[in-house]
Design a protein. Structure first.
Ligand code: HEM
Ligand code: HEM
Length: 282
């Protein structure tokens, strides 16, 4: 494929203004063999587009058929000189545009796009609040009939109120947005969406049971100490009293899910070496 043909495709797909030439992309590749292969396989195969979207190294991207090129760019390689950990971050706009075009054509997203700022903010806010709730919940004094909601208990209710609001916003965001799916195997997709679903369930169940228990004790739950939430159980309700115990047990289930989830994130980062973790990093 020559520049003219590339321009033709780019133009048809509406990217014309942003692409200067195919050489912009190919010419920047580290090894002459890579350039050769890039030209030969252009436009890329489905497998290559998939590799791009998982953000593997540039040399891995150019693994074509049974021909593999070194995983590490040689000294003096433009990618290395720019000091980037992952070559995918160092592509020029023209390269990225071209890749986007190719992977769109192949039906793949360019490189797993990730979550938007709102989703990331809410994810990490909820992580902070939950960590605080575990620390407070496990260190606060035992609660008996007639215990006053002071000190750490007041903190547990106060942080809990913010958490309920953050989880509600998060679920609203999730129901109205679908993040680009990560490029992972069908098996991992089932495991990860299963874990995410259970995490969401626990993110609702644990706080709501705590809230019901607080209501049954006649304690009011206030957002920022100002805006009171309604009581969701009658004072003295034996059922809501039981919910306090279930709240404590389910907190352990949530803890186990979080361990699994964080283990999964680290597995992606250090074993599979894909960019799933980066999707949620700021
Ligand atoms: C995911 C968030 C939360 C976590 C991880 C969490 C964790 C805990 C833990 C570990 C305990 C001690 C349980 C025990 O030792 O038996 C506890 C008790 C309690 N939590 Fe939470 N909590 C969360 C959210 C909330 C919220 C949102 C509220 C209310 C607004 C709340 C209200 C309570 C109450 C009232 C108790 C005392 C229950 C009892 O002893 O009967 N919690 N929580
Ligand atoms: C309190 C702890 C945590 C909870 C409750 C939690 C919950 C969740 C949930 C429900 C999702 C699904 C998002 C969606 O698609 O709507 C998610 C995604 C994600 N979380 Fe967490 N998370 C926690 C901690 C962490 C930590 C510590 C890390 C990093 C080590 C992490 C990394 C990620 C990543 C990378 C994703 C995106 C996965 C993907 O692209 O499919 N999470 N988290």
């Amino acid at each position: 494929m020559n520049d003219r043909q590339a321009h033709g495709i780019a133009y048809r797909r509406g990217y014309a203004q942003r692409i200067h030439s195919v050489a912009d992309w190919v010419g920047d590749l580290a090894l002459p063999q890579q350039r050769e292969i890039a030209c030969a396989v252009f436009p890329m195969s489905l497998a290559t587009a998939r590799e791009q979207s998982t953000g593997r190294r540039a040399s891995a991207i150019l693994k074509v058929g049974r021909v593999a090129y070194p995983a590490h760019a040689p000294r003096g390689d433009p990618v290395r000189r720019r000091g980037h950990a992952s070559p995918i971050d160092s592509y020029t706009t023209a390269q990225k545009t071209l890749m986007k075009m190719q992977s769109d054509e192949a039906g793949f997203r360019p490189y797993a796009a990730g979550y938007d700022g709102v989703a990331k903010f809410l994810h990490w806010l909820v992580v902070l609040l939950i960590a605080a709730q575990f620390v407070i919940g496990w260190t606060m004094p035992d609660i008996h009939k007639g215990t006053r909601p002071d000190g750490l208990i007041a903190w547990h209710l106060g942080v809990g109120a913010t958490l309920i609001a953050a989880v509600a916003l998060r679920i609203i965001w999730r129901l109205t947005h679908s993040p680009a799916p990560a490029e992972v195997s069908p098996f991992l997709r089932v495991v990860s969406s299963g874990t995410h679903g259970l995490l969401y369930l626990a993110l609702v169940a644990v706080p709501v049971l705590g809230w019901a228990n607080a209501s049954s004790r006649g304690w009011s739950v206030k957002l920022s100490g100002v805006l009171p939430y309604p009581a969701i159980a009658p004072v003295g309700s034996p059922v809501a009293h039981e919910m306090g115990d279930i709240h404590g047990y389910l907190a352990w289930v949530l803890f186990a899910l979080i361990v699994l989830h964080v283990g999964g994130a680290l597995f992606h980062r250090f074993v599979l070496k894909d960019r799933v973790l980066q999707r949620m990093l700021p």
